[in-house]
Design a protein around this ligand. Structure first.
Ligand code: MN
Length: 499
């Protein structure tokens, strides 16, 4: 499900013919070596493709337009080996529509003190040419990423790799389709938003279907298919009967198996990659989708509860941005529930009624059944687990009426001190940066939601770069946040983003 295209990135080197053919031959050779080294490094999630040196307005324009229409190209990496007069780039850049990385590097690491002459200086002048090139982006007001450093260094290569994931998020954003089988929860403000504006800004298609259409697909699932999936669940997960009748327990689990199969068929048939539900709007479904939705999230679908399509789309987006990552720790929908305010142990217990993605689980996963205490359906089966520790990022996309704002919080995930045997949901526990008090104060001042799209595998830089490419406001709550500075930033942004 999560698979998307095998994207590539084009590597375009800028130069000019002022210094002769020998120089241009060196430029081409050097940039090919850099591309080979980047691809061999193991630090990039996607392949880099070398392109012939760009030296004229016509070729720059042609190449960048080819990048626009090439479906496998997710972005262009540019580097000015020599001097490439930036007026030559204006038309091409104005027509270019994909993410762009300005890689500010140099072929040689060290100044060759004993042999350096003017020919060498003319040939190796990225320090000079990349400034001319960078100027025209600033003049055009164009979004681009700038990464400076030596191309052989692993930390520099990893920065390029990290940007590639953002670029794929930008390209794939316009392929996200969210299915709403329920409207926004009554009277709730923060999960609402302008769906037309979301399509204009992010490319998301957000459509409603009557819940009973998907329920009919669930009812059409054969007993054989359900039984086979229930067997898989019973093999894979620990069963926590906790005194419940074994037969009834299995029947409830089978309802979730039917929902998983029926929902996935319906989403696939109609080409949606994210879905929202609402515990109060279940039509003929027998249970709130719990285990079923958790499994679909694990397969790569975006999800959020109570009709929250913004968060569902963000969960899908963040899953795409992390795809294929070695040792990924997981990406999920989350909700801020309750605090621990004991000094030195402060943090926020995260969960949802049922729907936390098993990709974030640490250790064993169990199936439990309990009354929902909301709504009027059967006690739903759900997967229960605790989550991994370590740094992560929590995001909330809100609609302020005149614009979207992405709130990005660095958080530190921890274990709770004791097990919570009576809590029948999967949980995480985190302390927001810079600490619970400032982090929560800043989050609330920014208008952030109780729902978040959360990942261990992405950074605030990647999320902020994505927001910048989308042309929306992003605010960071991290180790450097102070309330005074943060309030000023919100005030300045309200002016900067005024329509
Ligand atoms: Mn919720």
């Amino acid at each position: 499900m999560l698979k998307s295209k095998t994207y590539q990135f084009w590597f375009c080197t800028g130069s000019q013919d002022l210094y002769g053919d020998v120089c241009l031959a060196h430029v081409a050779e050097h940039s090919q070596k850099i591309v080979e080294a980047l691809n061999a490094s193991g630090n990039l999630p996607y392949e880099v493709v070398w392109k012939p040196t760009l030296i004229t307005n016509e070729l720059i324009r042609k190449t960048l337009n080819e990048a626009n229409t090439d479906e496998t190209c997710a972005g262009v990496i540019t580097w000015m080996h020599t001097f490439s007069p930036a007026k030559s780039w204006i038309l091409g850049l104005q027509e270019y529509r994909k993410p762009l990385l300005h890689f500010h590097t140099q072929f040689n690491r060290e100044i060759p003190y004993d042999t350096i002459d003017m020919d060498f200086m003319n040939e190796n002048q990225a320090a000079h040419g990349d400034r001319e090139y960078g100027h025209i982006f600033s003049r055009l007001g164009m979004e681009r990423k700038v990464i400076m450093g030596y191309w052989e260094d692993a930390d520099v290569q990893k920065k390029i790799g990290s940007w590639m994931r953002t670029a794929v998020g930008v390209i794939e954003s316009s392929h996200i389709r969210v299915m709403r089988i329920a409207d926004n929860m009554r009277n709730v403000a923060v999960t609402e938003g302008d769906k037309v504006e979301a399509q204009i800004k992010f490319g998301w298609e957000i459509d409603a279907y009557p819940v009973n259409e998907i329920a009919a697909e669930v009812e059409a699932v054969s007993k054989g298919d359900i039984d086979a999936l229930v067997e898989e669940y019973y093999d894979k997960y620990e069963i926590l009967l906790e005194g419940r009748d074994e037969k009834e327990f299995r029947e409830h689990v089978a309802v979730q198996a039917g929902i998983e199969i029926g929902f996935e068929r319906f989403l696939e048939a109609k080409n949606y990659q994210a879905i929202v539900t609402h515990f109060g709007d279940l039509g003929s479904l027998k249970q709130l989708p719990g285990l079923a939705i958790q499994r679909l999230m694990e397969k790569g679908y975006g999800f959020a509860g109570e009709g929250d399509w913004k968060t569902a789309a963000m969960v899908r987006l963040m899953k795409i941005m992390t795809q294929g990552m070695k040792d990924a720790k997981g990406t999920s929908f989350m909700e801020d529930y309750t605090y621990n305010l004991v000094p030195g142990k402060e943090g926020i217990l995260q969960a949802h009624m049922l729907e936390v993605c098993p990709t974030v689980a640490d250790g064993k996963i169990s199936i439990k059944e309990q009354p929902l205490s909301m709504g009027d359906r059967e006690d739903p089966a759900r997967l229960v687990f605790t989550s991994k520790t370590g740094p992560a990022v929590a995001t909330s996309l809100i609609d302020l009426g005149d614009r979207f704002r992405l709130i990005i919080n660095d958080v530190d995930c921890k274990k709770v001190e004791k097990p919570m045997p009576k809590l029948p949901v999967a949980t995480a526990f985190w302390t927001p940066q810079p600490n619970l008090q400032t982090g929560a104060e800043a989050w609330i001042l920014a208008g952030g939601a109780h729902h978040t799209a959360f990942s261990y595998d992405l950074t605030s830089e990647q999320m902020g770069d994505w927001a910048a490419c989308m042309g929306i406001e992003a605010v960071y709550i991290d180790k450097d946040t102070t309330i005074r500075q943060f309030k000023s930033e919100l005030l300045w942004n309200s002016v900067a983003y005024r329509k």
